[in-house]
Design a protein around this ligand. Structure first.
Ligand code: HEM
Length: 337
């Protein structure tokens, strides 16, 4: 009997102990620990900083797609959604304001000596073809590229989702396909005009005298003046930069990794928006900014007086080449009709 009572005491004691443990253990488990799910220590930002990259698992061969987030991706998004839009808006709007104010204050650069009636060939048919092919592609590339940067905040609310989706898709095709004639055009521009665009001492003097644009002076210049040389090098170097970075984007991950892709996009976008701003100034001076300038690229000839006022040294060279009596030697210089 005593043995039975001892066994019963042991069993009851063990059960009581188990019960106490069962009640107390979860309570212990709920005690505050070093990990608090709502504390900043486990916030996404900190996880990203700690882990650098958050990856999932996948079944497709492209393992890059398993990465869900990484700090560099968030920096890139901030650049694309905010910084780039500021840089682009400031560069383009500031240039427009400068050009409008300049036009209002300075007015058109006039042909002071008037039209002589004799014309001189400035750009041949091939040069004009290359110029207009590259320029047309540039304008379409600029509009379709800017749609990627600004379309969503500016255009989407105006035209609605279906129209925006359709336009954005065609814009993207145009941006991809017109990149080829554009790149070929930039390369041709490099080749056909390099000889006239090497900087020389005349350029320094031209710049010192305000180029005949700021003020009313007419500093001499060869075929291209210092301002045109700047445009030439911006087109050649800027065009090369957007082409290289653009093809890196168009053929993703063939040449570089994600960081290279982000860098390519950043460089492409910044060079592109600055390029657009500079080209606005070029378009201004070639149209309403200077009397008689458009003809050079429009029909390929300029008035001899225009050439004398803006490119006196080039006119001398051409006259020397074609001889004093140009009408007999057959020439670069022809009477106007
Ligand atoms: C060979 C020439 C070029 C190529 C191969 C090219 C290619 C590309 C590609 C693949 C993209 C990315 C499109 C996307 O995210 O779906 C892009 C974006 C862009 N491109 Fe070009 N492009 C070229 C020239 C230009 C030019 C000349 C301009 C402007 C003058 C320009 C302006 C832009 C802009 C503003 C973006 C959007 C940047 C952004 O917001 O992410 N591109 N380009």
């Amino acid at each position: 009997m005593a043995r039975f009572l001892a066994q019963a005491r042991f069993i009851i004691g063990a059960l009581a102990l188990a019960l106490v443990l069962a009640v107390v253990a979860p309570a212990f488990a709920q005690q505050p620990s070093s990990v608090n799910p709502t504390a900043s220590s486990v916030k996404e930002e900190q996880l990203l900083k700690g882990l650098k990259i958050i990856s999932g698992r996948g079944t497709i061969p492209d393992t890059k797609s398993y990465n869900l987030e990484q700090p560099a991706g968030r920096d890139w998004r901030q650049f694309h959604e905010v910084t780039l839009r500021w840089i682009g808006a400031i560069a383009i709007l500031a240039m427009l304001v400068i050009l409008i104010v300049f036009y209002l204050v300075r007015g058109q650069v006039k042909l002071v000596s008037g039209y002589s009636g004799r014309r001189i060939v400035r750009f041949n048919a091939f040069e004009r073809f290359v110029h207009w092919m590259t320029a047309t592609c540039f304008i379409i590339l600029a509009l379709t590229g800017l749609n990627i940067t600004f379309g969503k905040p500016l255009l989407l609310p105006l035209i609605g989702e279906p129209a925006f989706a359709g336009w954005a898709q065609w814009a993207k095709y145009a941006h991809n396909y017109l990149s080829f004639p554009f790149a070929i055009g930039v390369f041709c521009i490099f080749l056909i005009w390099i000889a006239g665009n090497i900087p020389n001492r005349v350029d320094a003097e031209w710049l010192k005298r305000g180029g005949g644009i700021v003020g009313h002076d007419h500093p001499p210049a060869y075929r291209f003046n210092a301002g045109q040389k700047m445009i030439y090098w911006i087109v050649v170097l800027g065009g090369t930069a957007v082409a290289i970075t653009g093809y890196l984007l168009m053929f993703p991950f063939y040449v570089t990794d994600i960081h290279g892709m982000q860098l390519a996009q950043t460089v492409h976008a910044i060079v592109a928006v600055l390029f657009v701003a500079v080209m606005l100034a070029h378009i201004y001076i070639g149209t309403i900014g200077m009397e008689g300038a458009f003809d050079a690229m429009g029909e390929g000839t300029v008035d001899v007086n225009w050439a004398r006022e803006h490119h006196a040294l080039w006119l001398e060279q051409e006259m020397a080449r074609t001889g004093p009596n140009e009408s007999q030697r057959q020439p670069m210089v022809t009477p106007a009709e």
